[in-house]
Ligand binder design. Structure first.
Ligand SMILES: Nc1nc2c(ncn2[C@@H]2O[C@H](COP(=O)(O)OP(=O)(O)OP(=O)(O)O)[C@@H](O)[C@H]2O)c(=O)[nH]1
Ligand SMILES: [Mg+2]
Length: 188
């Protein structure tokens, strides 16, 4: 019997420079289509290039039973591009909102993105805690971050390929759990 094909759309959002592009570049098993340009203004001091549109990558998990394709959409972090959320959230199954655990200036944007995607039709919304110091427990970080949406948190290091992959596989696992809960509700 042919493996069952499933496709999920996952959005990666979060503040300027939290590692969205890095994460997608490290995960994608097809060449990433990007919209990276030289950063202008004050933000050029922290990073030489920035995403101004969407980036698109893919990740495929195949075995005898399933052939799962993840379509990964990275968003721009600068606030002036926030209108892209309205476009990219259409048909999204999940949003992974990244925060930089070592830069609390990125936390307000993460809370805004979590609230936005929660209010949208995106069923699964998770917080990706990037660059969490090895000495800090995620629960300790979450107390400081104080997420009003109380989203599931996934620690990752976007710069590390294995860590980036395992974060996205955790998101897939949440998507499947949420689909299962939906089915259970329907069956009641
Ligand atoms: N040490 C370390 N550096 C990281 C990690 N993740 C990302 N970075 C660095 O942080 C910077 C993040 O850059 P991008 O991936 O372009 O960030 P972005 O969120 O796509 O930024 P915009 O699209 O401009 O909003 C890069 O210089 C990365 O090398 C990490 O896990 N550890
Ligand atoms: Mg980017």
């Amino acid at each position: 019997m042919a493996a069952q094909e499933l496709t999920f759309k996952i959005v990666v959002a979060g503040a300027f420079g939290v590692g969205k592009t890095t994460l997608i570049n490290h995960i994608s098993d097809t060449p990433v289509v990007g919209t990276e340009v030289a950063t202008s203004g004050d933000e050029a001091e922290s990073k030489s290039s920035t995403t101004v549109g969407l980036e698109y990558g893919t990740y495929r998990l195949v075995d005898d039973e399933f052939d799962i394709s993840l379509l990964l959409f990275g968003t721009p972090g600068q606030e002036r591009f926030r209108f892209m959320w309205d476009i990219v959230s259409i048909g999204a199954d999940a949003a992974l909102v990244l925060v930089d655990a070592q830069n609390d200036a990125t936390w307000d944007d993460a809370r805004a993105a979590l609230a936005y995607f929660r209010a949208s039709a995106t069923r699964t919304v998770a917080l990706g805690v990037n660059r969490l110091a090895a000495s800090t427990a995620i629960d300790e970080f979450l107390l400081r971050f104080n997420d009003p949406t109380n989203s599931v948190a996934i620690a990752c290091n976007a710069i590390d390929r294995e860590s980036a992959r395992s974060a996205i596989v955790e998101v897939l696992s949440l998507v499947l759990d949420d689909a299962e809960s939906l089915l259970q509700d329907e069956l009641v």
